[in-house]
Design a protein around this ligand. Structure first.
Ligand code: NI
Length: 193
């Protein structure tokens, strides 16, 4: 396993649509090594997710993981390590929510995007087993962000109001409190079983 360099906005690979893997390709040592590298790179960078494009590989693999008190996104509810291969997202209903996002490939910038409040995520895990899960709230946003990467889309493209762009420092100083209040409301709404 190794920590790989993360490419930043402007690199064409972030604008490519990554291609599906065949079952044989997914089982190959190369794909399994890439998955390990994505996990290690995400953890080293303190990300909540990482897509293969971000380390220069255009295959449809992404990883997501959020622990308690995540360093970059402490208000996000925990997500166990999830490897998603060939993911397909489908909105559950029409409801959307404004989420303030950042990205490891867009250094020191955050912005507010509209996300589906609930999505059905269909994907293969690293062993090729199919999963279908409904993800809601901030977690739904995290999955949409990563699948966007595999389609060559960055959160920048989804910011409707450019006035919401902030550096991380200015977010902390001027916007964090209001956003965290809304985020916690969402978390409470979806923690009820
Ligand atoms: Ni990102």
């Amino acid at each position: 396993m190794s920590v790989r360099p993360i490419v930043t906005v402007g690199h064409p690979v972030l604008r490519e649509r990554a291609r599906e893997l065949t079952p044989d390709e997914l089982g190959s040592p190369e794909a399994q090594r890439l998955i390990d590298d994505l996990i290690e790179t995400m953890r080293a960078a303190g990300g909540a997710g990482l897509a293969a494009n971000q380390v220069g590989e255009t295959v449809r693999i992404a990883v997501v993981e959020v622990g308690e008190n995540h360093p970059r996104y402490p208000y996000k509810p925990p997500i166990p390590l999830t490897v998603i291969v060939n993911p397909v997202l489908e909105p559950v209903d029409d409801e959307t929510v404004e989420i303030n996002e950042g990205c490891l490939s867009v250094p020191d910038l955050r912005g507010t995007v509209d996300r589906q409040l609930a999505v059905r995520v269909r994907y293969l895990d690293r062993h090729g087993v199919e999963h279908v899960e409904v993800r809601r709230g901030l977690t739904a946003g995290t999955f949409q962000h990563e699948v966007d990467h595999l389609d060559g889309v960055l959160f920048l493209d989804r910011v409707r109001d450019p006035a919401t762009f902030t550096t991380w420092e200015q977010f902390e100083r001027h916007h964090r409190a209001a956003f965290v209040e809304r985020a916690e409301e969402l978390n409470r709404r979806f923690s009820r079983a």
